[in-house]
Design a protein around this ligand. Structure first.
Ligand SMILES: Cc1ncc(COP(=O)(O)O)c(C=O)c1O
Length: 366
């Protein structure tokens, strides 16, 4: 499913150069490599600024904190944050970390994304924020979600942890809200060699505050002005990310070609529908559905084809999240997807020939 070796060998000269610079400088946290990467990543994603943090989960939590969600929850006022029923548990755990409650909204059966309609149905008088998760690399219907949040006085936070390089209807993701959270977990479209994350924002004031939030509330001194976190991108990871970032656009184009090939070859197999996407997707994952998912997975495994399941349990069914979660309508589409989704090989390391071979195996599967 993931093999970083090819990308790392292409990026090796750049990575080595940055590692040498880091050692010559001798600063290993919040130094010039992180600062340069922040500039480069903001430019690549259409933001004004980026803030490097410790993980994607921390990026979402920091956005929620900056939007006042933790302060509202700490004051004792009811505080709900809407999250989709189909996402990584870490989206929801960022909400729990702020003391707010998870309000689970169901997802579209076609794209498995939040929709403005599902968000409206989940809304409560205590809703203060909505986390739009661009699952599998496909951006949500952002213009409508942003308008809804604005009309109701809530904050829109984008979980773009699977959507590096994505735009929506011709605009950068930052066009739609001040908070776009990214993960650099090694499997992502842009990954590092450990944990890492970033927030991209179009707003310099938000950026300035987030720089304090991630570093104990400090401004490079020893004064704690905000009850912040300790969540900073390491210089070491920034060196790798600076080397790998120039490969992101090409990697995403390759993913688009593979997705088009999968689409063509899966079309005659109506019992294996692919989760829907449009031209804005950056295809972090290519996901099909089957009522016999586990048997299909075992079958592909016999031929050496690795697959994944993202995700086998819906958010409202995660045992550890239950005490913090509520919903209006049972998230039935999310629950059905959790039983059926199967992620096929996708990424810069996968060739079109391999897609042909996988499609042939799928076609032969009865
Ligand atoms: C949709 C989504 N949200 C949040 C996260 C959390 O990111 P991280 O693992 O960097 O904390 C991930 C990645 O695991 C993710 O895929």
């Amino acid at each position: 499913m993931v093999d970083l070796r090819k990308s790392l060998s292409v990026a090796e000269p750049e990575i080595s150069r940055h590692l040498d610079e880091m050692h010559a400088c001798g600063q290993y946290i919040l130094g010039p490599q992180t600062r340069e990467f922040e500039r480069e990543f903001a430019a690549a994603t259409g933001g004004v600024d980026a803030i490097g943090v410790g993980s994607g989960t921390a990026a979402i939590e920091l956005c929620l904190r900056d939007a006042g969600i933790a302060a509202t929850a700490e004051s004792g006022a009811p505080c709900d944050v809407i999250v989709p029923g189909m996402t990584s548990m870490f989206t929801a755990l960022a909400v729990v970390a702020t003391g707010a409650r998870i309000r689970v909204a169901d997802v579209s059966p076609d794209t498995l994304l939040l929709t403005p309609e599902s968000v409206e149905r989940a809304w409560t008088p205590a809703t203060r924020a909505v986390i739009a998760v661009h699952l599998y690399g496909q951006p949500c219907r952002l213009a409508e979600l942003a308008a809804l949040c604005q009309a109701r006085g809530a904050v829109l936070i984008q979980d773009a942890c699977q959507a590096h390089g994505a735009t929506s209807q011709g605009f950068a993701l930052t066009h739609y809200s001040p908070y776009c959270a990214y993960s650099f977990y090694p499997t992502k479209n842009l990954g590092c060699l450990g944990d890492g994350g970033a927030i991209v924002t179009p707003d310099p004031e938000v950026a300035e505050r987030l720089r304090q939030w991630r570093d104990g509330g400090r401004r490079g001194d020893q004064i704690c002005r905000l009850a912040g976190m300790n969540s900073r991108l390491d210089e070491l990871q920034a060196c790798y990310l600076r080397g790998l970032l120039p490969l992101l656009a090409g990697g995403n184009s390759h993913r688009r070609r593979l997705a088009a090939r999968y689409r063509e070859l899966l079309a005659p197999l109506p019992h294996l529908p692919a989760v829907g996407w449009d031209e804005d997707s950056v295809h972090h994952l290519l996901v099909v559905r089957s009522g016999r998912r586990d048997a299909l997975r075992a079958y592909l495994g016999e031929f050496g084809v690795q697959t994944g399941v993202h995700y086998p349990v819906a958010i409202h069914q995660q045992p550890g999240l239950l005490p913090y979660a509520s919903w209006a309508e049972k998230p039935a589409h999310a629950a059905a997807a959790a039983r059926e989704v199967l992620s096929l090989p996708m990424g810069p390391h996968v060739t079109e020939e391999q897609v042909d071979q996988i499609a042939a195996l799928l076609g032969a599967w009865a």
